[in-house]
Design a protein around this ligand. Structure first.
Ligand SMILES: [Mn+2]
Length: 348
């Protein structure tokens, strides 16, 4: 029995709102989903598991028709899905009463239910969200029935507001595999036994690193799963170290070199660190008008040469201000006070 486990597709999300590429990214989320479905088709997988938050918000009827069409291109694959905290089942949700294809099973109950597939000797357990937050640990006490089936639990959550889970309890639960969703960073929770597939593609700038789905195989009572990167871009935080002689354009060139090395397809969040010439202000907008630079945070500090300033302003306010910070190790707050004070006094 071979399966694909995906989660947190977040169809309908509009990433990087305000950025010129935002609309393209919205479409890209659909494209990555469609392309993953094509992978499932070409691999002729037995099972496709979607562990919640297929949609970023309440799905529209037209969107469900689109998704249902894509599922219909998988005649050999059974699809099982649950609703997560983002696409939770409101009373008016289009999810409810939707005429799904016959290969699609939705575990849309508040309590755990299961769907049994005798032809592949597999049983999938799961429940759905009817509200955005569930504080009760609904998964910890679940146990599969004892038989020779492969038992999979499709589960969404894991933090204190979204069905907290005890990893120890779940590891001992007797399920052959926990297909987890909600946490966007892909991670094995227990080797070949429990994993977060992570968001299929990165949804916002906190979703750093690679994203994709998990492929699994259950053979002769043994489970093996592996992560498959699928998203074509990542959010990458980078730090540019500024030096006193740097200007806006020289930093821009440093940034461009780094992007050249790491890849133009990625989306960058840039932090400027180090020392700048006192009085100079970098124009961070000029570092954003190429590639996909989402934001630039200037955390540089002015490089004051205290001895020089003290000599120059000896006996004056600036000289006495510097002296008032001397004679002891400066705390972080004092360091800032010295910096801001000098900036103000020097009129920069
Ligand atoms: Mn979620």
């Amino acid at each position: 029995m071979r399966f694909m486990h995906m989660a947190d597709v977040h169809l309908g999300a509009v990433p990087d709102s305000g950025a010129p590429w935002s609309g393209a990214r919205e479409k890209e989320i659909w494209d990555t989903f469609r392309s993953s479905i094509q992978d499932a088709a070409s691999e002729q997988l037995d099972l496709l598991l979607i562990a919640g938050d297929l949609f970023h918000r309440q799905p529209l009827l037209a969107e469900l028709k689109e998704v249902n069409y894509l599922f219909s291109t998988l005649p050999k694959t059974r699809v099982v899905l649950i609703a997560g905290n983002h696409d939770y089942l409101q009373p008016a949700s289009c999810y409810l009463n939707f005429p799904w294809n016959r290969n699609v099973a939705c575990l849309f109950s508040r309590q755990c239910e299961r769907v049994r597939f005798p032809e592949i000797n597999t049983e999938v357990y799961g429940l759905s969200y009817y509200r955005q937050e569930i504080q009760e640990p609904l998964y910890d006490e679940l146990r599969p029935v004892r038989d020779d089936y492969c038992h999979i639990l499709l589960a969404h959550g894991g933090d204190s507001q979204h069905i907290p889970m005890s990893r120890e309890l779940l590891a001992k639960s007797g399920f052959d595999y926990l297909a987890l969703g909600h946490i966007h960073k892909p991670q094995m929770v227990a080797a070949n036994k429990a994993a977060y597939a992570g968001a299929l593609g990165p949804i916002d700038c906190n979703d750093t690193g690679p994203h994709g789905y998990i492929l699994g195989e259950y053979k002769k009572g043994k489970m093996s799963v592996s992560f498959v990167p699928k998203a074509k871009r990542e959010y990458v935080p980078i730090t540019i170290e500024a030096e006193e002689q740097d200007t806006t354009f020289s930093l821009r060139d440093k940034l461009e070199k780094q992007i050249e090395q790491r890849g133009w397809q990625h989306i960058y969040r840039v932090t400027l660190k180090g020392f700048r010439e006192p009085g100079i202000q970098y124009d961070t907008d000029k570092m954003k008008d190429f590639g996909m630079v989402l934001d630039v945070s200037d955390q540089t500090v002015p490089a004051f040469h205290l001895d020089e300033l003290k000599r120059k302003y000896n006996g004056q306010l600036i000289g006495r201000y510097i002296e008032s910070f001397e004679g002891h190790d400066r705390s972080a707050v004092e360091e800032l006070a010295l910096q801001y004070g000098l900036e103000a006094l020097l009129g920069s």
